[in-house]
Design a binder for this molecule. Sequence first.
Ligand SMILES: C[S@@+](CC[C@H](N)C(=O)[O-])C[C@H]1O[C@@H](n2cnc3c(N)ncnc32)[C@H](O)[C@@H]1O
Length: 317
Amino acid sequence: MGPLKKQASSAAEISQRTDSRFTNEPENRSESFGSRLLTTEQDVFKHNAWDHVEPDDEYIKYAEQQIRFHHENPVPAEKKELYNTTPATFWDSFYANNQNKFFKDRHWLQIEFAELFEWTTESSKFQIMEVGCGAGNAVFPLLEDIYDPRLFVYACDYSSIAVDVVKASKAYDQQRCAAFVWDLASTKLPPNVAPESIDIMLMVFVFSALHPSQWKQAVANAYQLLKPGGVLLFRDYGRNDLAQLRFKKSRLLEDNLYIRGDGTRVYFFTNEELAEVFGSLFEIEQNAIDRRLLINRKRELKMYRVWLQAKFRKPIK
Ligand SMILES: C[S@@+](CC[C@H](N)C(=O)[O-])C[C@H]1O[C@@H](n2cnc3c(N)ncnc32)[C@H](O)[C@@H]1O
């Protein structure tokens, strides 16, 4: 029997999945990756956004120019260590300032990651774990949308303030979820989660906060926590996303790794990198680019957003 769930959101509800500084996630999406297609270039300034548009030559030139500029103006050498030694403290300050007011709820999960809602299990439990849960913008919609008593959700983050925010929510129910501090790049697994016990792991805009030297450990941790046959659902920034190109000087830490104004790190991935990093342990079920062209109609400006979405399955031994 599948989980008891609230039915797929209405168009109005889906349109609530609006932008945030981090994601600019598509609005009004009723199917995977959106469906407003630009068929003739003459139409481009008729709407605010188009799906699946490849960048034009002008943008490609702009991208190359910006990346060159970033390399000519990196983070000053003496500051690099600060950002890499205690990255969680910057997220702590972020949540101390913003609490749960920053991110929008991730209601698009029902469309992009239907696995979260369509499971069947013979066992008495179905366990979902979100790593980098932030203020709970994925966890709480999941708990609300899936009523099944067999569901248990682990929500962890390396920012203890984020975890406090989750625990302080009225929707936090200890019978149905557990929030705790854990660093995805740690060499130790979380003591309260049994190895090979997780059915689905969710990583939404968290992998980009790691330093590339931490990727291998993070992937190994995810692999160890997932059940054989379990799946890791991934969404994060893609290479040459507008958020990358817009960085000013003194923000580039390393190739494609930047420091935001608030000190948090962000990396911009390619599909090839994901295939290399996850493919060594996981079967790749999806490794897709979600592109969206945003239009400033008044200024006739084109802005390209790029996200990567992937599904990595732990093989059954
Ligand atoms: C951009 S926010 C996304 C939050 C949430 N996933 C969402 O979509 O609303 C990234 C989150 O990942 C957390 N994070 C970054 N690196 C982490 C790590 N190594 N281990 C655990 N959490 C981490 C940050 O503290 C932050 O809460």
